[in-house]
Design a protein around this ligand. Structure first.
Ligand SMILES: [Zn+2]
Ligand SMILES: [Zn+2]
Length: 693
């Protein structure tokens, strides 16, 4: 009974999602006159493909943020929120903004509408994801009232004899190119019509423009009907039925994809359509437009977007089709004159392919007719992590727990392989990664981070692709050898063993470099979990916060040569040198550097104050670490962690360990299994440390 009610509910939900009103809107039909009224009400229905794609992106909204002192726009469209971020693109907002700017200028006819847009980047960067988003976005936009667009069909066209002979049931010819109905207005009359329409339009922000002429099929129909009605245009137009146009890649409506096959098998009909030999028998001539299939990819993509996968693998002979399509907005179907098109042309190419072809004739011709947009890998760790968290989160991964930091460590390695070695000798690659990720480091300001980015011009165009990381995480997840949770070591080992056969690694030297970076990551992980366990032992943000403000008060007094008020006694006292040093020593600040360190901290706090922000010790990684270590030191004797390794744990210690374990589970994402593992692991590190001493 209950089940049945639930089923009905589900069906109701489906029915509600398919609203009859939407159905009616999407199936709108009217005469050309009705359409002109519609244009007058909403002139934007006549937008061209570039204007539409630009408005589509804007319709999703945008945010602004600042990074390393630059103001950056983030277009929400690329977050794919509607699909829970399935195709979300992270960490390359500047490239995306470049792309949106191209659409913007193209939508205003500034010239970029006559270029092939070329997304260029390393294997596995977000190139095809971006194009997929654009295609999906255009499809959906065409369903909305804001994205409504129209085309038409010729109806009731056969004469009586034809109807009898061919037994025509469906006596109509939809425009095979889905063209804009305003094309039906004879070119000589258009300016006057547009002027007339614009005069009655209150919103002058959009100027109607009619680009292009009838396609060969419509031209033929127009000619024949004009003859039939002895030049009476109104009678010809009686045959026109304007319809709402909904873009759909699956239905081959306004969204096209072209992937070059091997070089010998390329045929231009795949791009511009082909003669239908069966129909020549009916219509008697191969130049009868009705005997032609306008189903080349350029035809299919008209009014929307065409994607060229690996565009540089295109035959040179096709170059002219491509260049004509982009520069002139025209294609040349076999046996027919040039035909106007209205579509965004976007291609992508991998970095190795691009480099290979840099000097050939194809590229020469293409170079100044394309706008190249670099789509690099992500170089900001937190953005790279988001990519994997999309796929490997608790909702998607069932029956296997992924231990904390597993994804982050894989992401860290990936980013490290992409960074250029800093020219400053005293800055490690890992430090650079952290600076990029928004962490602070003594001696480095936002300006110097900007400098670092500038000196590394090819950064993100090389290194390990997210796909490799995804494959190896998946391997670790399904590996039956490991009981328990997937931890960073398992994934890092997978990453390492795959390097041997990695096809995109250019040299043994590069392979060696990548291996060394794995060691860097392992070491960083060791540090992190050590820290985490220490924190779980001292687990007291309040105590750290107290210790921090105590430290800052003292440093402030010290740098300004003042005294500190003892909160307990109310007395003014000298700054507590012993306290300050006991913290600073934890992160190896020598006596000789202490003044600099303290001044930097005060400057940092001062700079934040100017921006109206307050200081949070969590944003200063070094200080945070120092504070934690100090607190740990103050407390560590209360728990004998190393006794874990010795297997003899007394009841009191076991109780304390259980407390730490539950803290790890509550606050740090561990489960019972990996919490035990990590405690054992850290205990072994400490034991090793003790043994050394
Ligand atoms: Zn047409
Ligand atoms: Zn676990």
């Amino acid at each position: 009974m209950h089940d049945q009610a639930e089923t009905v509910n589900i069906l109701n939900a489906i029915a509600n999602a398919q609203s009859p009103q939407e159905y009616q809107e999407l199936n709108w039909e009217g005469s050309l006159e009705d359409y002109l009224k519609l244009v007058q009400d909403t002139p934007r229905v006549t937008r061209n493909a570039f204007q539409r794609i630009y408005d589509m992106i804007l319709s999703h909204g945008m945010d602004e943020y600042s990074e390393h002192k630059k103001r950056i726009t983030r277009y929400r469209f690329f977050r794919d929120d509607k699909y829970n971020g399935r195709d979300a693109v992270y960490g390359i907002d500047q490239s995306l903004n470049h792309l949106v700017d191209i659409f913007k200028s193209a939508s205003r006819n500034y010239g970029t509408e006559r270029r092939v847009i070329l997304l260029h980047g390393p294997v596995g960067s977000a190139k095809s994801t971006i194009v997929r988003l654009l295609k999906k976005g255009l499809e959906e936009y065409s369903h909305t009232p804001a994205g409504a667009m129209y085309t038409y069909a010729w109806t009731n066209i056969a004469n009586d004899l034809e109807k009898e002979v061919y037994a025509l049931v469906n006596d109509e010819l939809p425009c095979p190119m889905r063209e804009e109905p305003l094309h039906l207005i004879p070119p000589a009359q258009r300016a006057k019509l547009v002027e007339e329409l614009m005069r009655n339009i209150s919103d002058k922000s959009y100027q109607i423009q009619v680009e292009g002429d009838l396609c060969p099929a419509c031209r033929q129909m127009y000619r024949e009907l004009t003859r039939r009605y002895k030049g009476d245009w109104f009678k010809v137009m009686d045959h026109i039925k304007v319809r709402r146009l909904v873009l759909s890649e699956k239905d081959r409506n306004g969204i096209g994809t072209f992937q070059p096959k091997d070089e010998k098998n390329q045929d231009s009909t795949e791009l511009t359509g082909d003669i239908n030999y069966r129909k020549i028998a009916i219509y008697g001539s191969d130049s009868d437009a009705r005997a032609f299939n306008f189903d080349g990819e350029f035809n299919v993509a008209n009014r929307g977007i065409i994607e060229f996968i690996e565009v540089l693998k295109l035959e040179v002979a096709f170059l002219y089709d491509l260049l004509g399509a982009s520069q002139e907005h025209k294609i040349k179907p076999k046996k027919f004159p040039q035909t106007d098109i209205d579509e965004v042309i976007i291609g992508h190419t991998n970095e190795p392919e691009y480099r290979k072809l840099q000097n050939n004739e194809f590229m020469e011709a293409l170079r100044d007719r394309t706008v190249k947009i670099d789509i690099p890998y992500i170089t900001k760790l937190s953005d790279e992590i988001k990519v994997y968290e999309k796929d490997y989160n608790a909702q998607r991964i069932r029956g296997k727990h992924i231990a904390p930091h597993t994804i982050a460590m894989a992401a860290m390695w990936a980013v490290l392989t992409r960074l250029e070695i800093p020219k400053k000798a005293n800055l490690t690659l890992l430090q650079k990664l952290k600076l990029y990720d928004g962490k602070t480091l003594a001696g480095y300001t936002e300006d110097s981070v900007k400098e670092l980015q500038k000196e590394a011009s090819r950064e993100g165009m090389d290194g390990i692709s997210p796909r490799y990381i995804q494959d190896k995480i998946s391997n670790a997840l399904v590996n039956e050898q490991f009981a328990g949770c997937v931890n960073p070591f398992m994934v890092l080992n997978e990453l390492e063993s795959g390097l041997r056969h990695h096809s995109l690694i250019k040299s043994d030297e590069q392979r060696k470099g990548f291996r060394e970076l794995l060691a860097v990551v392992k070491h960083e992980y060791e540090d992190m979990v050590k820290n985490e366990v220490q924190r779980a032992i001292s687990a007291d943000e309040e105590a750290i916060s107290r210790l921090c403000s105590n430290y800052i008060d003292n440093v402030k007094a010290y740098t300004q040569k003042e005294r500190v008020k003892n909160k307990y006694t109310g007395q003014d006292e000298e700054p507590d040198e012993r306290l300050m040093r006991s913290i600073e020593e934890k992160i190896d600040i020598p006596e000789s550097r202490k003044d600099d360190f303290r001044r930097e901290i005060m400057n940092y706090i001062g700079a934040l104050a100017i921006e109206g922000k307050s200081f949070n010790y969590r944003t200063n990684e070094r200080l945070y670490k120092a504070l934690e270590l100090k607190l740990f030191e103050d407390r560590k004797d209360s728990i004998k962690l190393t006794s874990l390794v010795s297997n003899v744990v007394d009841k009191e210690t076991q109780e304390k360990i259980d407390v730490v374990k539950s803290r790890l589970m509550k606050g740090y994402g561990y489960c019972d299994v990996c919490a035990t593992d990590v405690l054992n692991y850290v205990a072994s590190i400490f034991a090793r440390g003790d043994a050394k001493e």
